[in-house]
Structures are given as C-alpha cells and as structure tokens.
Write a protein of this length. Structure first.
Length: 204
C-alpha cells in the first residue's frame, strides 16, 4: 500500500461530495456496469450482498432491489455518508454502510455475493491476497472484482494508473490469489488495457 488506510480515507473524505460527478469515464461506467450485471446474475433470493470499498454506494445501491440486504464497507466516512444520503433519497431501506477495511471488513454474517469496484488497487499485492483470503473465509458463492488491473505492461500514461498513489496488480496475480483461496475464475472481462472485471465462484 503506497498510502496508509488513514491517508486513503482522508483523501476520499476530502472529495466525497464531488466523487460521483467525476465518475463519467467510459471505462468506469463499463466496469461498474459489468460488476452490477455479474453480481445480479449471481444473487439468489434471501442473499446478502457485501460491497467492499463501497464508496458512495454505486454498486450496492444499484443492486438493492436484487438483494435481501446490502452491506457496504469502506474506510472513508465521507464517502459512506454520501451513500447513506442517496439511499434515503431513493427510499432504499435494506442497505447499510459502516466502517470496514479490506483486511477486516467487520462483517461475519452469511453472505451470498461479495463485490468490489475500483478499490482494491489501493492495496499492495500481498495485501490484496490477504483481502481475497478474508473474503473467501466469509464463504460467498461469488466474488465479483472490478478494478484497475494490468492485462499488458503497466503504462502510467494511460488513465486510472498513478504510480504515486495506486498499486494495481496484473491479472495473473489476481487470478492466482483467487484460485489459491478456493475460487474458480468463471469470467474475465477486459474493459480496457488497465481495467477489468473478474468473476470468481466457489470451486466446490
Ligand atoms: C475509487 S473509490 C471506489 C468507490 C466505489 N466502489 C465505486 O465503484 O464508485 C475507492 C474506495 O475505496 C476505499 N478504500 C481505500 N482503501 C480501502 C481499504 N483498505 N479498505 C476499504 N476501503 C478502502 C476508499 O475510501 C474509496 O471509497
């Protein structure tokens, strides 16, 4: 991790109220759309959806009608306050947003599907592996990961990769972490050279 959890939280707190307006790139929209689509297909009646690095709730709120319960976890109180306000404005009453980090999401109930969009690239590769193991231990059927990830050689001149802040992994590193944790990769979506969606399902 190139910045501490506290530094990431402070950075996102600072621009939380402007965050949604900034997410207008084709790549972000396509990635979020694919995460939502794959998670929706994986959800079953009665399921809880756990969204890690939930930010302002883009993924969880879009899936609130499809899940019994939506649990969002993030380290930025400012981002989650935006999510809570959007839920209230839309009359969504089955979504909750509370503090939780990848390494300790502070959640131990049953979960059907875990999602994470554009958040895990803030972690170093060994921390991503730890996060994947933590997610696997919660026992979801499916984990849908949308993020900055390298399909080719890293290129800081391309969007979504600022080496001073971000620490994306190669698709291979992520695939190894997921399969080592007992998932099988059931879909790999290349959104752009440095953005993708991986769908991981329980191998058993
Ligand atoms: C680029 S935003 C993405 C938000 C949302 N998932 C979306 O698709 O719009 C990244 C989010 O990850 C959160 N984050 C960064 N490090 C984290 C950590 N270690 N654990 C949990 N959340 C983290 C940030 O606070 C921020 O809200």
């Amino acid at each position: 991790m190139k910045r501490t959890v506290e530094e990431h939280a402070a950075r996102f707190d600072e621009y939380a109220s402007d965050y949604d307006d900034g997410q207008d790139s084709d790549e972000y929209r396509a990635c979020a759309g694919l995460v939502i689509e794959h998670a929706r297909s994986a959800l079953e009646p009665g399921d809880t959806l756990l969204d890690l690095g939930c930010g302002t709730g883009a993924i969880g709120l879009a899936l609130a009608d499809d899940a019994d319960r939506v649990v969002g976890r993030d380290v930025s109180e400012g981002m989650m306050e935006q999510a809570r306000e959007k839920a209230a404005a839309d009359g969504i009453d089955n979504a909750e947003f509370d503090y939780g980090a990848f390494r300790d999401p502070d959640y131990d109930d049953a979960v059907g599907v875990v999602t994470s969009n554009f958040a895990m690239h803030h972690l170093a590769d060994d921390e991503k592996r730890e996060a994947v193991d933590t997610i696997a231990a919660l026992g979801p059927r499916t984990f849908v990961l949308g993020d900055v990830m390298f399909f080719d050689d890293p290129d800081p001149s391309e969007p979504f990769y600022d080496p001073s802040v971000d620490d994306p992994a190669t698709v291979g590193v992520l695939a190894d972490a997921l399969t080592d944790a007992g998932f099988a990769l059931t879909a790999v979506e290349r959104v752009a050279d440095q953005v993708g969606v991986l769908v991981a399902s329980r191998a058993d």
